[in-house]
Design a binder for this molecule. Sequence first.
Ligand code: PHE
Length: 529
Amino acid sequence: MVDSPASHGASSATPEPGAVNSPDVDAPRVALSGGRTRPSLDDRGFLGHPSGLGTLFNAELWERFSYYGMRAILAYYLYTAVSEGGLGIDQPTALSIVATYGASVYLLSVVGAWLADRVIGAFRATLYGAVVIMLGHVFLALPIAAMSWVGIATVALGTGLQKASISAVVGQLYDREDGRRDAGFSIFYMSVNIGSFCAPFVVTFLKDRWGFHAGFSAAAVGMAFGLIGLFVFRKHLHGAGTNPTSPLTAAERGTVMRRVGLGVVGVAAVAAICFALSGTTANGVINTVTVMSVIAAVGMFAMMFKSPKVSAAERRHLQAYVPLWIGAALFWMIFEQAASKMAAFAAERTDLGSIFGIKVNAEFFQSVNPLFVVALAPVFAAMWLRRAGKFPSTGAKFAFGVLMAGLSFVLLAFYSNLWPHGPTAPMWALASVFVVQTIGELCLSPVGISATTKLAPAAFTTQAMALWYLTSAVGQSAAAQAIRLMEGLGDTTFFLTLGLITAGFSLVLMALVPWIGRHMRDVEAVKTA
Ligand code: PHE
């Protein structure tokens, strides 16, 4: 499969789940998957793609609008004084909570993907997810502090249900042999970035006039648009995503239920221990999410390495995947601090002036990444396509992406040191850090998803996607821990430490490029059409 850097990071190369898991996987033509009732090639209703893509484009646009809109002001809401409408939490704890929130979204998407695949089907997971997310934003829009926590947890739950599932439905819009699939994901990825580009402006406008809860209400209204669209235009999907791709059989049900029960008890035990050892509720939550993310990732790797369903060749692929996985976790550790440490840098350390006569708000920095993704994705897509099969290989692109993340924080440490007091750093400084990270994202995120599907043992295709999501959960948990542990050390030391660790690991990855290449030679196929 060709890497398609413009594709949606979460799913660019997600194989057609129905095709992968359905019993007729070897049939010459697995046309209709996940319950779709019409061949995809007959349908060119949305920009030359199946009309269902329009339905999902709209839903994803509004979901990401809500998610990133809320995230643009979440950190400020948590640490702003109560007298000014915030919750007045000390800043390191507030920023760790934001990182932990991001981690839980991706940790929960493992559960969402499982439910979609085995029980309710990807479309229903998407739809229910949308309802839950909207409720969460409504809770956040209520001017009651206690409801904010319920709202945050509800949004995380709904996003976990929806994020992986909606991409799976996109995959199911296309027949297996439909060559438009990668381009379809690229279009879908544009919806992510259009939504996340616009949100900070709308949310900030409302927040500045009527307070934080008014800002959050924009997310609720946005989510309502997405939900209504999903409902009204669902017929365009022609049934895609209706059926679970590998439904639980009656024979399995007992064992699975027992395992789910054990899992719930296990999570409760981990939470109880973490809360007992952590002192405060916030720390209890932060530590529980960290420990669960690590357990989930290690457990999944162990299960795949040990499984008798995994062949020797697949085990070799899996070995190559381990360093890539660690690199990705470090990448997200830095990248996702957009909403925590970097948001604080925007608000407190940056000299916010105006551009084209428009006063710049700290929140606007959240739009730099999506803007540059939209601008640069076609450039990277063309570049990778031209160079397919030549340097850089998957390992090299990964190493470069991780290096960019590391360097972005070294750069931020340099700026932090150069303008050490108050809001004195020029706006271009932080903006340039976002741009460097975006270049890294375009090297790593879509390539990573593609590598995941290539290196995954056949028996674990879906779980492998979940394993990929766990890079973000573990990375953001690491960020949450680092923010708290390095609380007293100052920004420069913080950015430099994380930047050097990450850049250092990218050098290890670079040294491993030939080894990784040897381990995945048989899957790094070259196909440009
Ligand atoms: N901006 C991307 C999105 O929200 C970031 C991302 C990439 C998230 C990959 C998850 C996985 O979709």
